[in-house]
Design a protein around this ligand. Structure first.
Ligand code: FE2
Length: 157
């Protein structure tokens, strides 16, 4: 179950990369360049959210993993609300010139919201998944112990 920790490390890295890209967008002063980089950033964000939702949803579908289903549901509901909020910010941004101050203000607001969303995910759901990974490692130990004991007993018989 070590891959669960690897998954979390990767999600954490992606959260950081996406937040950094917001700053990158502002570095482009040309209107077309800024527009292109911003669209790429949005695509990264949407793809990330979808991939993550897929995994969180799977965690909910397998109660044997011992994940707190209510917590996952809460996180997913929150994500729905935030996505609706992101959409409304994006609609507002669409009406503005990408090189204007108001657009940049909205971009910074969006970055702040996305950051808060990432932090909430990492704070609330990551520990749950780390716990699953920890327990699963223990179950590996249980299996090893079982096999060792079984084999020793078989040799002794
Ligand atoms: Fe995320």
């Amino acid at each position: 179950m070590e891959h669960l920790n690897e998954f979390l490390d990767e999600v954490h890295r992606d959260h950081g990369d996406i937040l950094e890209r917001f700053m990158l967008v502002m570095g482009f002063t040309d209107e077309n360049d800024r527009e292109i980089v911003f669209r790429i950033l949005l695509k990264n964000l949407v793809n990330h959210q979808e991939a993550e939702r897929e995994v969180f949803d799977a965690l909910r579908r397998y109660p044997d993993l011992g994940v707190d289903r209510h917590l996952v549901t809460e996180v997913l509901d929150n994500a729905d609300r935030e996505e609706a909020h992101f959409e409304s910010v994006l609609e507002r941004m669409d009406q503005l010139s990408v090189t204007g101050d108001t657009w940049i203000e909205q971009l910074l607001l969006l970055q702040k919201d996305v950051k808060a969303h990432f932090e909430q995910e990492e704070r609330e759901i990551f520990p749950e998944i780390r716990e699953i990974a920890r327990v699963a490692r223990k179950s590996d130990e249980v299996l090893k112990r079982y096999r060792l004991t079984r084999d020793v007993l078989e040799t002794a018989a």
